[in-house]
Design a protein around this ligand. Sequence first.
Ligand SMILES: *Cc1c(COP(=O)(O)O)cnc(C)c1O
Length: 422
Amino acid sequence: MITAEEIRRTAKQYDCFYLYEEKVILDRIGALVREFPYTHFLYSMKANDNQAVTAAILRHGFGADCASPVEVQRAELYGVPREQIHYSAPGKTDRSIRETLNQCILIADSVNEVAKISRIAEEMGQRALIGLRIDPDYNYNEEDGNALPTKFGIEYSQVKEHISDWLKDPNLDLIGIHIHMHSQELYWPRLAAYQDAVLQVADELIEEYDFPMSFINIGSGVGIAYGRKDEPCDIEALGGSLTQKWRAFSQRHPDIQLFMETGRFITGKAGLYVTKVIDRKVSRGKTFLILAGTMNGFIRPVLARAFTKFAGGYSDTPMEPLFTKTDAFPLWCVSGDGRTIEERETVTMAGNLCTSADIIAEDIEFRKLLPGDLVVIRNAGAYASVVSPVQFSALPRPAQIMIREDDQRALLEEKEKYASRV
Ligand SMILES: *Cc1c(COP(=O)(O)O)cnc(C)c1O
């Protein structure tokens, strides 16, 4: 657990910052490895690209689920072998295919994209290692319902139409499939049913089309408890169900590797965001706290409030990874000077950007904070710094600090990260 003292100490140096806890990351990795013994994991690098966080995960034998050439290059730099780097995203450009063709398994996202990869491989005089992202005839939310349109993957009927040609293409080594339909699921039976559907697709492609499959990437889905009423996903039950199915499946098809992706499950609970009270003011009877770096440092609490407000007071319709639910980001506080804060008040918390949209809480009951005190937001380890508009107004970026398992602090201001992105 990160202590108030730790937070206070860091706040002497920074006005807003993320604190990550390696111990939480390692505990979550341990739980996955224990419950899914036949599964190889791919870390979804877009969830948190901090170097200390990424290194802590990839050091433990995880492969990488990448969504861009830069992520592929980073995974390679961390020493991840090519067959464990899956590059899956819609709309890959010629350039992004050319840059990554020799470094990863390209997961083709459309019929056009398969042709594009084949053409580029031929131009480069290489064979491309590819998988197919398949959009199965499966309705994730209603098992009996019809499959719905989506921008992701190749519709299953189109896969069946083209697969024999793709398997014969001299420029392609088609070796696996990827199916990912849903994130932030807490109800394990729904994930288990979906995993069944994935294995059925695999079975059918192998049996009916002689697909020489060497991997199945079963996607992600396991969520985390954000709100107070959320029950954590029962990964023991899900792991038991998948293990049983996989044993039967791999008796029929012994040489296939099973991959599972995960981003938020390992990082989401491992991060806190801290922002300092810079000013206090009263406007026509309403008390405002002005905080350092809210919308620009960690946008999701601002979005949670905005979605809720414009949905008429409450919203539970997720739009991952920007909005999960109304109460996803509980606020907590730490005094800057170590005093105990007893007094309470009704307050509105706003950020220091020049826009009235920058509000994380309006007219809430909270402890009475003064300039120098700190507001702490939990669940800030995934889709937090990476989705926030840190360039807005050229204000300082939040620092990102990892508290290591051995309690040594690794400070990563991540200047080089920006350099490598340009
Ligand atoms: C973002 C993403 C993930 C990670 O999702 P989490 O909810 O963070 O586990 C996995 N697979 C794909 C294809 C993704 O786009």
